[in-house]
Design a protein around this ligand. Structure first.
Ligand code: FES
Length: 435
């Protein structure tokens, strides 16, 4: 099939997202940053970083990594100064304002110059332009179920299957086009795999459960009316909105890949390691061949090995600190990243003690433990606390996955139970939510 990008035809394959089709065509600059309109490319490839926003069929700022490519789709990049998408004109700010540009105080000493600066800032601000025309409203669909499970990764699948087999009426909501989440990435040999996913999904539907794919839960609210409808969920599916009244909810929406703070990390060509694995698993696509993988702990080692199994050559595996991991099959360098170079990134500069090393690559993959996506559950009253080892704020739960909210349960990475603990925590939450 064909889509167009800024008027140019691009081939896309069945099952590609818009982002996958563009990366397949070796296009890496997808959008521009809000303030200086610097080039940006996809990072997480999972709908959470906002680095791939694009105008699609006249609708601005859609995450192209979450939009399925369709024949004739019209895609446009946003915020390109003078229409020059590949030129980085505002790179000049790095030289003119080496300490950073504080637009709140720019030229405020003069009334006239201050007004000019304000007008310039106003024109630069924002991301994209309003839709070409208003679309006809699509009425929301109302549903009512006993239990909603958000996320069909290992924890959500196990929770939904356990609850459905206990006789509960369960709706399982998944953002991606197929269930499985992290289990499909082949990261952790001790965690469930694709066969396990298929078997759980079969058992779930055989027990009467309903699986809703490409459906994104965007809101979770305590419901005012009396029980059994304790919760209201807003679920976006394509252009439709589903409003689901539920007696209980299990949140198992996992985590979000995080970058590291160092110069150049926001350039096109820097990806989350899990994003690259998802791209290979879902669209059979690799970006280049030689990768540098940068990260920390077990996540770094597991992702580096999984990327190698996915067909990448590992130029170097860079561990951020601590002791050199005892992994004879990987060439691990203990170093701190200094900067990423090129657009797209073609090298990583690292500090090894007082020395600097430059490592060439096709792309840079960052492998840090994903941060728990606690926002949905927190907004409904669940408690999340900072845990440095988990790189974020997991939800606080008891052994049965109960949160501080009586009708709300959590399982898997969002509750600090990632990897091999995800499925057992889901099973426990699924059983507890039925009692
Ligand atoms: S939101 Fe699309 S790459 Fe992160």
């Amino acid at each position: 099939m064909r889509i167009t990008l800024d008027g140019e035809a691009i081939e896309a394959r069945e099952g590609d997202t818009v982002a996958a089709a563009l990366l397949r065509a070796r296009i890496t600059t997808f959008t521009r940053s809000i303030k200086y309109h610097r080039p940006r490319g996809p990072f997480c490839l999972a709908g959470s970083c906002g680095q791939c926003l694009m105008r699609v069929d006249g609708v601005p700022s859609l995450p192209s990594c979450q939009v399925r490519a369709e024949e004739g789709m019209i895609c446009e990049r946003q915020n390109a100064p003078l229409g020059l998408i590949d030129a980085d004109l505002f790179r000049a700010t790095d030289f003119l304002f080496p300490e950073g540009l504080d637009h709140h105080h720019l030229l405020v000493g003069s009334k006239v110059l201050g007004r000019v600066a304000l007008e310039v800032a106003r024109r630069l601000a924002g991301l994209g332009e309003l839709p070409d025309k208003a679309r006809a409203a699509v009425p929301a669909e109302l549903r009512s179920v006993a239990l909603v499970v958000i996320g069909a990764g290992p924890a959500g699948l196990a929770a939904a299957r356990a609850a459905a087999e206990a006789g509960e009426k369960v709706l399982l909501v998944e953002r991606e086009a197929r269930p499985g989440g992290a289990a499909l990435l082949g990261i952790d040999p001790d965690s469930p795999d694709a066969d396990w996913v298929a078997q759980q999904a079969r058992s779930f539907t055989a027990a009467g459960g309903e699986l809703l794919l490409e459906a994104d839960c965007v809101g979770l609210y305590a419901s005012d009316p009396e029980p059994p409808a304790n919760a209201l969920l807003a679920v976006r599916k394509g252009r439709r909105l589903l409003v689901v009244a539920a007696g209980r909810v299990i949140v198992a929406n996992g985590g979000a890949s995080q970058p590291l703070p160092f110069p150049g990390v926001d350039r096109p060509g820097v990806y989350a390691a899990r994003g690259l694995l998802a791209l290979k698993a879902n669209c059979n696509l690799r970006v280049g061949t030689e990768l540098v993988v940068l990260g920390d702990g077990k996540e770094l080692i597991d992702c580096a090995r999984a990327l190698r199994r996915a067909g990448y050559q590992l130029g170097r595996v860079v561990a951020l600190g601590g002791e050199r991991p005892a992994v004879p099959d990987l060439d691990v360098l203990l170093a701190q990243p200094s900067r990423a170079l090129g657009n797209p990134v073609r090298a990583l500069e690292v500090a090894v003690g007082p020395a600097t090393q430059r490592i060439r690559c096709d792309a840079l993959a960052i492998a840090l433990s994903p941060a728990p996506l606690h926002g949905l559950a927190s907004s409904a009253g669940a408690t999340a606390r900072w845990v440095p080892a988990l790189n974020g704020f997991p939800l606080e739960i008891d052994a049965g996955g109960r949160t501080a909210v009586p009708w709300l349960f959590a399982a898997g990475r969002v509750a600090g139970q990632g990897g091999a603990r995800a499925a057992p925590s889901g099973e426990a939450a699924g059983q507890a939510a039925c009692r």
